[in-house]
Write a protein that binds this ligand. Structure first.
Ligand code: SF4
Length: 405
């Protein structure tokens, strides 16, 4: 029989570690927000207004920024759109405040990228689309020579943008998408995480050769296991190469509703729990405003940011002494503005107090018609259930932790 002669703790220190150790990355400034370094994970989203409609775009950016979106992306399919971003930027500064903006540059977007780089804080390019390689139906492979030749063409095309961003102290996101790898990468590495990583590395190396390192990298895919593998491989390769670029996490085409949220959380949350990721976007097929609460919930659940009250509640069972769902709702409505507190609502005193997970305050079923209020693990007083929520508020007030909504 195998014996364990050492405590489990010694065999694997990580097993008992409740802290997320974030991967060390370099700080990259995007306007007045910094991605990476020791900064909190940054929340971002994208407006879906036509960028040519300056007023609607300004309003949409403002709406997102007001609810906590820290970086806003806009799309620039043409030179006219790129110029409109200049007006958007100016109008935001005049009527609201400067908001960190990112421009998404599409196919063969060199001129557009150069124009928009004057107006935004970060330019996102997709290596698979940046230099368009004309697909030919009879081709099945690329020779090393052809591969390198196209690499040279990419460098030539990318260089002016890199120089412009470097000189302005702005940033670039090298945003690889599983669904749009270049034909050259597809033929050489297949439709794989490896192809995605090589695609990003090629662009990173060009930037580094031009002494530009204000880079953020993304490896998005619509399938969560592909996305996870691509980001993990990217981290491994960057570690081997001594690169410390921050990562932008996202699951593309996650869809809408509950499943879209769960799918995004499965991808983004898994990596964040491993310490990977410096900025996130939840892509939903819904209004972009709907994405921000999901981002914050993921970050709050992992303890990476605290932007709301953390509620702990038991699932209820035969021992539950009150309508838990209704009381939780009432407690939430009364206290949801108290950022920073942990509040537990537990059905009974048998298991409730022990399972409150170190909440700051507890509302626990005591006996039929009565509940007990807790401060941490200490039972403070028994009150009739009808007075429960009011007394909880009084207790928080007495502790000086209450603010009016
Ligand atoms: S805390 Fe009590 S009421 Fe809630 S699930 Fe556990 S045993 Fe049931």
């Amino acid at each position: 029989m195998q014996t364990i002669d050492k405590p489990l703790r010694d065999l694997d220190n990580n097993l008992f570690d409740t802290t997320i150790h974030r991967r060390k990355t370099r700080p990259v400034k995007v306007g007045n927000v910094t991605v990476g370094g020791n900064n909190p994970v940054v929340v971002q989203s994208m407006i879906n207004e036509d960028t040519l409609d300056v007023d609607a775009s300004v309003a949409a950016i403002r709406r997102l920024h007001e609810i906590g979106c820290e970086i806003v992306r806009v799309t620039v399919p043409s030179l006219a759109h790129a110029k409109a971003v200049g007006e958007i930027k100016a109008k935001l500064a005049q009527t609201y405040q400067p908001v960190p903006l990112v421009a998404d540059v599409h196919h063969n977007g060199m001129k557009i990228a150069l124009e928009v780089a004057k107006h935004v804080d970060k330019v996102r390019i997709n290596p698979g689309l940046y230099v368009f390689e004309k697909p030919s139906s009879d081709r099945t492979s690329y020779s090393a020579e052809e591969f390198a030749q196209i690499g040279e063409k990419i460098k030539e095309t990318l260089e002016p943008l890199v120089v412009s961003l470097r000189e302005q102290g702005k940033a670039m996101r090298i945003g690889v998408n599983h669904g749009s790898l270049s034909e050259r990468m597809l033929f050489t590495y297949g439709d794989t995480p490896e192809g995605m990583v090589e695609s990003a590395l090629e662009f990173i190396k060009i930037c580094e050769s031009l002494d530009f390192r204000n880079l953020v990298i993304s490896m998005k895919a619509s399938r969560v296991p592909v996305m996870l593998a691509a980001y993990r491989l990217m981290v491994k390769r960057m570690d081997e190469l001594g690169m410390d670029y921050p990562l932008h996490l996202g699951v593309t085409e996650a869809g809408d509703g509950e499943y879209g949220r769960i799918k995004s959380t499965a991808g983004i949350g898994t990596l964040l729990a491993e310490g990977i990721g410096d900025t996130i976007r939840v892509s939903l097929t819904e209004a972009p405003e709907k994405e921000i609460p999901v981002c914050y919930s993921i970050l709050q659940a992992l303890g990476l940011r605290k932007t709301m009250v953390e509620y702990v509640a038991c699932p209820s069972c035969g021992r539950t002494l009150f309508n838990l769902e209704e009381v939780l709702h009432q407690v939430r409505e009364a206290t949801k503005h108290l950022t920073g507190l942990d509040i537990a609502v537990m059905g009974c005193i048998v298991n409730g107090p022990g399972e409150m997970a170190d909440a700051d305050y507890g509302y626990v079923g005591k006996q039929p018609g009565y509940i007990s209020l807790y401060r941490g693990r200490e039972e403070i007083k028994k009150v009739p259930e009808t007075e429960g929520v009011k007394e909880l508020i009084n207790l928080i007030k007495a502790d000086g932790k209450w603010v009016d909504p």
